[in-house]
Ligand binder design. Structure first.
Ligand code: PBG
Length: 340
C-alpha cells in the first residue's frame, strides 16, 4: 500500500516545471568535452627524474614502479625519448654516494660533481629540454636534512648562504630554473641576488612556496637515500594543518623575486593550490609527489582500481584546483597514453 502512495507522489511531481536540467550538458562525450572547465596538456607537465653516478645504469626504485635512477648517458636517452613524446620540462634530482656526503653538503658546491656535469651534458646535447634543478642540502648531507644541523637545530641563515652558492653552481652549469626545495626563510632573495650579481639574470626561480612536512615523500627518500638521520622536517616544512600560512610564504616569494610558486604535495593540498592561484598572479605549480604516485601504482598492481584512469582523474583534479604546471612521475605514462 505504501509503495502505491510513493508512486502516486512521484507521478504528481511537476517535471514540466523543471527549467534547469544540468544533465543536458553531460548527454554525450562531445558535449561534455565542449563544456569541460579543466584540460590536461602535456605542455603543462614536468617530469622528475633521478640521476646517479655510473654508466649504462637504469635502476628501478622499489617503491616507485616504472621510475628509475639513471646514469647521465641513460638520462640523455630517456630525455630524448620524452622530447619525442612531447614532454619538454624535467626536474632533476641527484642521488649522491654516501662517501661524498658530509655535514655541510660540500658536494653540492662542487662544480665538477655528478649533478653540474650532468646538467652541462644535457644542456649541450638537448638544449631544448628545460631543466629545473634542485637546491637543498639533503641529497648531499650526512644528516639527511635540507639545512645545516648544529646541536640538533637546523640553522637558517648559514644554510641560506650555502643554498645561494649551490644555486650559482647549477645556474653556471646551465640550469634553466632553480628550484629551492628547502623551506629556509629568505632563500629566494639570496639566490636571486647571487644569480644577478653573476650575470645570470635570465635564470628563473621556481620556489617551493608551500611545502608541507608530509609522509608522502617516503618513496622519494628511498630513491635518493636521503631520509633524515634524526628528527623530522617540521621546523622548516609547513604544518599540514595550516592553509593561510601559505599566503605569507607566497607574499615573501613574490617580494623576493620568485617566477613560479609551488605547492607540494598536490592531492592532499588542493585547497592550497586553489588559494595560491586565486591570490597571486604568478603561475602556480603543484608537485604530485612520490607517495601520491606510489599509492596509485600499488592499488593498480593489486587490481583494486584502474591505475591509468586514476592517474588522469588525479592530474585533472590538480589542474581544476588551479595549478598551471604539474610536476608528476606520471608524465611519461600520460604522454604514452595520449599516443595510444
Ligand atoms: C628535499 C625534497 C623532497 C622531495 C623533493 N625535494 C623530500 C623531502 O623534503 O624530504 C620530495 C619529492 C617527492 O616525494 O616526490 N629537498
Amino acid at each position: 500500500m505504501l509503495e502505491i502512495w510513493i508512486l502516486f507522489v512521484i507521478w504528481c511531481f511537476p517535471y514540466g516545471d523543471m527549467l534547469r536540467r544540468p544533465r543536458r550538458n553531460r548527454k554525450n562525450r562531445w558535449i561534455r568535452d565542449l563544456v569541460a572547465e579543466a584540460n590536461l596538456d602535456l605542455k603543462d607537465l614536468m617530469f622528475p627524474l633521478f640521476l646517479k653516478e655510473g654508466k649504462g645504469l637504469k635502476e628501478e626504485i622499489a617503491s616507485m614502479p616504472g621510475i628509475y635512477r639513471y646514469s647521465t648517458d641513460e638520462l640523455v636517452r630517456e630525455i630524448e625519448q620524452c622530447l619525442e613524446l612531447g614532454i619538454h620540462s624535467f626536474a632533476l634530482f641527484p642521488s649522491i654516494a654516501d662517501n661524498l656526503k658530509d655535514r655541510s653538503a660540500s658536494e653540492g658546491l662542487n662544480p665538477d660533481g655528478l649533478y653540474p656535469e650532468a646538467i652541462r651534458t644535457l644542456k649541450s646535447r638537448l638544449p631544448e629540454a628545460i631543466l629545473l634543478t634542485d637546491v637543498a642540502m639533503d641529497p648531499y648531507s650526512s644528516d639527511g636534512h635540507d639545512g645545516l644541523v648544529v646541536d640538533g637545530e637546523i640553522l637558517n641563515d648559514e644554510t641560506v648562504d650555502i643554498l645561494a652558492r649551490m644555486a650559482l653552481v647549477q645556474a653556471q652549469a646551465g640550469s634553466d630554473i632553480i628550484g629551492p626545495s628547502d623551506m629556509m626563510d629568505g632563500r629566494v632573495k639570496a639566490i636571486r641576488e647571487t644569480l644577478d650579481e653573476n650575470g645570470l639574470r635570465n635564470v628563473s626561480i621556481m620556489s617551493y612556496t608551500a611545502k608541507y612536512a608530509s609522509v608522502f615523500y617516503g618513496p622519494f627518500r628511498d630513491a635518493l637515500d636521503s631520509a633524515p638521520k634524526h628528527g623530522d622536517k617540521k621546523t622548516y616544512q609547513m604544518d599540514p594543518r595550516n592553509r593561510r600560512e601559505a599566503i605569507i610564504e607566497g607574499e615573501l616569494d613574490m617580494e623576493e623575486g620568485a617566477d613560479f610558486l609551488m605547492v607540494k604535495p598536490a592531492l592532499p593540498y588542493l585547497d592550497v593550490i586553489y588559494q595560491l592561484s586565486s591570490v597571486f598572479e604568478l603561475p602556480v605549480a603543484a608537485y604530485n609527489v612520490s607517495g601520491e604516485y606510489a599509492m596509485i601504482k600499488a592499488a593498480d598492481q593489486k587490481g583494486w582500481l584502474d591505475g591509468s584512469l586514476a592517474m588522469v582523474e588525479s592530474l585533472m583534479a590538480i589542474k581544476r584546483a588551479g595549478a598551471s604546471i604539474i610536476l608528476t612521475y606520471f608524465a611519461r605514462e600520460f604522454a604514452e597514453t595520449l599516443k595510444g
